[in-house]
Design a protein. Sequence first.
Length: 318
Amino acid sequence: MKNIETYVGIDVSSDTLDVAAHPRQQAKSFRNNEAGINEAVTYMKNLAPVLAVMEATGGLEMSPAAALGAAGIPVAVINPRQVRDYAKSMGKLAKTDTIDAQVMADFAAAVHPEPRPLSNRQAQELKDILTRRLQLNEMITAEKNRLHRARRPVSDHIKAHIAWLEQELDDMNSNLNRFIQESPIWRENDNLLQSVPGVGPILSSTLLAELPELGKLNRKQIAGLVGVAPLNRDSGRYRGKRMVWGGRAKVRAALYMSTLVATRRNAIIRCFYERLIAAGKAKKAAITACMRKLLTILNSMLKHRTTWRHVSNPAAVS
């Protein structure tokens, strides 16, 4: 017997969340505060919907949408006009919070709107913070290089500038952490990623901003997207070395640094690295293979919403 798919509609107001399900035609109301949102998410997880739909309501929808996304429930935030037009086409002219929620659930089942749990604006803001942080690091490195060759009074000026840049960097790190913590879905994903030994805030935030596909693709696709999948270089009878190239440079750079740490502090990655070296692999090739393995583990953890301590066999993650 074919399983019946459940769709959820959520009517969001300043005080309440009205949740309705299709095809069950059941509804329930929750308070629109942190406790109420958590209760609503638990309730919807038990329904196991394939999609939840809510209208864009001037920002009121952001917290419940993010909480649903963090819980692994696909959610689409849609234009209210789409729902009203659908309701009119179906002859549903009455309007209450409960009816609106049920109409949205029916709309989700009929139209299948694309899930969009995170706004482009939020993603771009996070990218901007990361870019500025990278710029500050580069400026600090450049000034420290100049300091080695500088004499007084120029050296004193450079030292003062380094101190100011380092304070700016501290402030930017605080902004980065606060930005992630204020978004429930990013906070949840950040906690999952940083539960892995060797993964720190820089790699985690870089993945959140620069690799939104993480957790949505298979192991080969995500490795190819980042640029850590070995590619053939063959032509006619020529057989070249398999090499990695292309992909997302910022992600690859952050992944490289974390992998170096993981080869010392992460038992799974360390054992994998040592096995490759013992088999005669060059160190650079071994590190690249470890980068690919670490990325694969992180991809699977986000896909299955699993923390590191609950991964019974990380070596077999796919």
